[in-house]
Design a binder for this molecule. Structure first.
Ligand code: 3PG
Length: 215
């Protein structure tokens, strides 16, 4: 079950790629540090090819596609090997299409109305986006009182300083964010720095949950 895997991994790196040549080195640094997962943001032309490369060369990794705004993009991502799709908002058309095609889907939500809509569509896990800007952990805890079955994957504004508090809350499956694979560090080829950020993230998951997947 994909959500059990997310929960074990704890932190899902959001990866915005400018060049598909960076796909394999990024996957390498993630998997060798015990974070075998990535959400490739489909907002650059490199996303499709990067998804294909990572899925093919790192078949044990959980590679998914983020920023999916249309069902056509969902098809493109899945054909490239994505194992899940995520969106910034809740588009009922995309959610229903994903359910009909057995694609694990995690839409973004921010308001109780969107969360109700997700439940109505049959989902049990949603993103909370953009998490920090929309009220952070306090907001998640407040809505969790009403939505007793809903679980969250907060995304947006998370970093090494605040992610631990999110992970400690039992209604949070995993946290997502771009702070590990910083676009500027990738562009500058700063692989040692990226390695350190990933290592730190895995250590945080281990501290909080006693897991952190090792291959
Ligand atoms: C995004 O869509 O870019 C993700 O939400 C990541 O947000 P972040 O860059 O604030 O981590």
């Amino acid at each position: 079950m994909i959500f059990e895997k997310f929960s074990r991994i704890g932190i899902i790196p959001v990866v915005v790629l400018d060049d598909p040549k960076d796909a394999a080195p990024i996957a390498e640094v993630l998997s060798k540090n015990g974070l075998p997962c990535a959400e490739i943001a489909f907002r650059t032309p490199a996303a499709e090819e990067a998804t294909r490369i990572m899925s093919r060369e790192f078949p044990d990794m959980l590679i998914g596609a983020g920023t999916i705004l249309t069902t056509d993009q969902a098809d493109i991502a899945m054909n490239a090997g994505a194992k899940f799709i995520a969106s910034p908002g809740l588009n009922p058309k995309i959610v229903q299409y994903s359910i009909d095609n057995s694609i694990p889907v995690i839409p973004g939500t921010q308001t109780p109305s969107e969360m109700e809509q997700a439940l109505e569509l049959g989902l049990k896990v949603v993103k909370f986006f953009p998490a920090e800007q929309a009220g952070g952990l306090k907001m998640i805890k407040a809505v969790s009182k009403a939505f007793t079955d809903l679980k969250f994957m907060p995304t947006g504004g998370l970093n090494a300083s605040n992610v631990k508090d999110y992970l400690m809350y039992n209604r949070i499956i995993a946290c997502c964010g771009s702070w590990l694979i910083k676009r500027s560090l990738v562009a500058a080829g700063e692989w040692a720095k990226i390695n350190a950020l990933v290592k730190d993230a895995v250590a945080i998951v281990k501290t909080v949950r006693g897991t952190g997947e090792k291959r």
